[in-house]
Write a protein that binds this ligand. Structure first.
Ligand code: INI
Length: 161
Protein backbone atom coordinates (compact mmCIF):
# COMPACT_ATOMS: atom_id res chain seq x y z
CA UNK A 1 0.00 0.00 0.00
CA UNK A 2 1.48 3.33 -0.97
CA UNK A 3 1.59 6.20 1.51
CA UNK A 4 0.29 8.75 -0.98
CA UNK A 5 -3.16 8.80 0.57
CA UNK A 6 -4.45 7.69 3.96
CA UNK A 7 -5.65 4.10 4.12
CA UNK A 8 -9.38 3.47 4.63
CA UNK A 9 -9.30 -0.08 5.98
CA UNK A 10 -12.85 0.20 7.28
CA UNK A 11 -14.20 0.42 3.73
CA UNK A 12 -17.00 -2.12 3.44
CA UNK A 13 -17.49 -3.72 0.06
CA UNK A 14 -20.38 -5.98 1.06
CA UNK A 15 -23.25 -5.87 -1.43
CA UNK A 16 -21.29 -3.94 -4.05
CA UNK A 17 -20.87 -5.10 -7.64
CA UNK A 18 -17.63 -3.99 -9.24
CA UNK A 19 -16.13 -4.50 -12.69
CA UNK A 20 -12.40 -4.62 -13.30
CA UNK A 21 -11.41 -3.64 -16.86
CA UNK A 22 -7.81 -4.63 -17.47
CA UNK A 23 -5.69 -4.10 -20.59
CA UNK A 24 -3.31 -6.85 -21.69
CA UNK A 25 -0.56 -4.61 -23.12
CA UNK A 26 2.40 -5.01 -20.70
CA UNK A 27 0.48 -7.93 -19.22
CA UNK A 28 3.28 -8.88 -16.79
CA UNK A 29 2.44 -5.62 -15.02
CA UNK A 30 -1.32 -5.39 -15.62
CA UNK A 31 -1.87 -9.00 -14.49
CA UNK A 32 -0.41 -8.08 -11.09
CA UNK A 33 -2.58 -4.98 -10.89
CA UNK A 34 -5.69 -7.04 -11.63
CA UNK A 35 -4.80 -9.77 -9.15
CA UNK A 36 -4.24 -7.21 -6.38
CA UNK A 37 -7.42 -5.34 -7.22
CA UNK A 38 -9.53 -8.51 -7.09
CA UNK A 39 -7.87 -9.74 -3.88
CA UNK A 40 -8.45 -6.37 -2.23
CA UNK A 41 -12.11 -6.27 -3.25
CA UNK A 42 -12.62 -9.74 -1.74
CA UNK A 43 -10.70 -8.79 1.41
CA UNK A 44 -12.97 -5.74 1.86
CA UNK A 45 -16.10 -7.90 1.60
CA UNK A 46 -17.10 -7.83 -2.07
CA UNK A 47 -18.54 -11.23 -3.01
CA UNK A 48 -16.50 -13.21 -5.53
CA UNK A 49 -19.51 -13.46 -7.84
CA UNK A 50 -19.98 -9.68 -7.76
CA UNK A 51 -16.58 -9.05 -9.31
CA UNK A 52 -16.40 -9.10 -13.10
CA UNK A 53 -13.00 -9.11 -14.83
CA UNK A 54 -12.99 -7.93 -18.45
CA UNK A 55 -9.81 -7.79 -20.55
CA UNK A 56 -9.04 -5.58 -23.54
CA UNK A 57 -6.00 -5.17 -25.83
CA UNK A 58 -4.48 -1.91 -24.55
CA UNK A 59 -5.04 1.12 -22.34
CA UNK A 60 -6.42 3.02 -25.33
CA UNK A 61 -9.43 0.67 -25.36
CA UNK A 62 -10.21 1.05 -21.64
CA UNK A 63 -12.59 4.05 -21.96
CA UNK A 64 -14.92 2.24 -24.38
CA UNK A 65 -14.93 -0.90 -22.23
CA UNK A 66 -15.62 1.19 -19.13
CA UNK A 67 -18.41 3.05 -20.94
CA UNK A 68 -20.10 -0.20 -21.98
CA UNK A 69 -19.83 -1.56 -18.46
CA UNK A 70 -21.11 1.67 -16.89
CA UNK A 71 -24.12 1.82 -19.21
CA UNK A 72 -25.30 -1.65 -18.18
CA UNK A 73 -26.35 0.01 -14.91
CA UNK A 74 -25.20 -3.12 -13.08
CA UNK A 75 -22.02 -1.86 -11.45
CA UNK A 76 -21.43 0.37 -8.43
CA UNK A 77 -17.94 1.17 -9.68
CA UNK A 78 -15.53 0.24 -12.45
CA UNK A 79 -11.79 -0.12 -12.08
CA UNK A 80 -9.72 0.56 -15.21
CA UNK A 81 -6.25 -0.98 -15.07
CA UNK A 82 -3.40 -0.61 -17.53
CA UNK A 83 0.30 0.05 -17.90
CA UNK A 84 1.61 2.61 -20.36
CA UNK A 85 5.38 2.45 -20.62
CA UNK A 86 7.43 4.98 -22.53
CA UNK A 87 8.94 3.62 -25.71
CA UNK A 88 11.00 5.21 -28.41
CA UNK A 89 8.10 7.15 -29.92
CA UNK A 90 5.37 9.56 -28.85
CA UNK A 91 2.84 6.73 -29.00
CA UNK A 92 3.15 6.44 -25.23
CA UNK A 93 1.98 10.03 -24.71
CA UNK A 94 -0.99 9.58 -27.02
CA UNK A 95 -2.12 6.34 -25.39
CA UNK A 96 -1.68 7.67 -21.84
CA UNK A 97 -3.57 10.88 -22.61
CA UNK A 98 -6.42 9.10 -24.40
CA UNK A 99 -6.80 6.63 -21.54
CA UNK A 100 -6.80 9.30 -18.82
CA UNK A 101 -9.17 11.67 -20.60
CA UNK A 102 -11.47 8.91 -21.79
CA UNK A 103 -11.76 7.30 -18.37
CA UNK A 104 -12.51 10.65 -16.72
CA UNK A 105 -15.14 11.36 -19.36
CA UNK A 106 -16.92 8.04 -18.86
CA UNK A 107 -17.25 8.71 -15.13
CA UNK A 108 -18.61 12.22 -15.70
CA UNK A 109 -20.95 11.19 -18.53
CA UNK A 110 -22.43 8.17 -16.77
CA UNK A 111 -22.19 9.11 -13.07
CA UNK A 112 -20.64 5.72 -12.35
CA UNK A 113 -17.26 5.95 -10.59
CA UNK A 114 -14.49 4.82 -12.93
CA UNK A 115 -11.21 4.48 -11.12
CA UNK A 116 -8.03 5.40 -12.95
CA UNK A 117 -5.61 2.56 -12.31
CA UNK A 118 -3.39 3.09 -15.33
CA UNK A 119 0.31 3.25 -14.58
CA UNK A 120 2.34 5.63 -16.72
CA UNK A 121 6.04 4.95 -16.36
CA UNK A 122 9.30 5.63 -18.16
CA UNK A 123 10.56 2.07 -17.73
CA UNK A 124 9.17 -1.37 -17.06
CA UNK A 125 11.08 -1.41 -13.75
CA UNK A 126 9.25 1.72 -12.61
CA UNK A 127 5.93 0.16 -13.52
CA UNK A 128 6.81 -3.10 -11.74
CA UNK A 129 7.70 -1.15 -8.59
CA UNK A 130 4.06 0.04 -8.51
CA UNK A 131 2.58 -3.35 -9.37
CA UNK A 132 3.51 -5.34 -6.29
CA UNK A 133 7.07 -4.06 -5.96
CA UNK A 134 8.73 -1.65 -3.55
CA UNK A 135 6.17 1.10 -4.17
CA UNK A 136 3.11 -1.03 -3.42
CA UNK A 137 0.41 -2.07 -5.84
CA UNK A 138 -1.79 0.44 -7.63
CA UNK A 139 -4.34 -2.32 -8.15
CA UNK A 140 -4.93 -2.41 -4.41
CA UNK A 141 -5.20 1.37 -4.24
CA UNK A 142 -7.67 1.33 -7.13
CA UNK A 143 -9.86 -1.28 -5.42
CA UNK A 144 -10.05 0.79 -2.23
CA UNK A 145 -10.84 3.91 -4.24
CA UNK A 146 -13.61 2.02 -6.06
CA UNK A 147 -15.31 0.99 -2.83
CA UNK A 148 -14.95 4.46 -1.35
CA UNK A 149 -16.37 6.13 -4.46
CA UNK A 150 -19.23 3.62 -4.79
CA UNK A 151 -20.26 4.38 -1.20
CA UNK A 152 -19.78 8.13 -1.59
CA UNK A 153 -21.78 8.40 -4.82
CA UNK A 154 -24.62 6.35 -3.29
CA UNK A 155 -24.62 8.58 -0.21
CA UNK A 156 -24.65 11.78 -2.29
CA UNK A 157 -27.55 10.42 -4.35
CA UNK A 158 -29.48 9.67 -1.14
CA UNK A 159 -28.88 13.20 0.16
CA UNK A 160 -30.03 14.73 -3.12
CA UNK A 161 -33.43 13.03 -2.86
N1 INI B 1 -1.04 0.17 -24.77
C1 INI B 1 -0.79 0.10 -23.45
O1 INI B 1 -1.67 -0.31 -22.68
N2 INI B 1 0.43 0.44 -22.97
C2 INI B 1 1.44 0.90 -23.78
O2 INI B 1 2.54 1.19 -23.28
C3 INI B 1 1.18 1.02 -25.17
N3 INI B 1 2.21 1.51 -26.05
O3 INI B 1 3.21 2.08 -25.56
O4 INI B 1 2.10 1.40 -27.27
C4 INI B 1 -0.10 0.62 -25.65
N4 INI B 1 -0.39 0.67 -26.98
C5 INI B 1 -1.53 -0.02 -27.55
C6 INI B 1 -2.83 0.79 -27.47
O5 INI B 1 -3.29 0.87 -26.13
C7 INI B 1 -3.93 0.15 -28.30
O6 INI B 1 -4.23 -1.12 -27.80
C8 INI B 1 -3.57 -0.01 -29.78
O7 INI B 1 -3.10 1.23 -30.29
C9 INI B 1 -4.83 -0.45 -30.59
O8 INI B 1 -5.86 0.55 -30.52
Amino acid sequence: MSSERPERLELDGAGLKIAVACSRFNHEVTGRLAAAAQATLRRQGVDEDKILLVECPGAFELPLVAARLARTGEFDAIIALGAVIRGETDHYELVAKAAAEGIARVALDTGVPVIFGVLAASTKEQAEARAGGVLGNRGEDAALAAIEMARLVAELARRAR
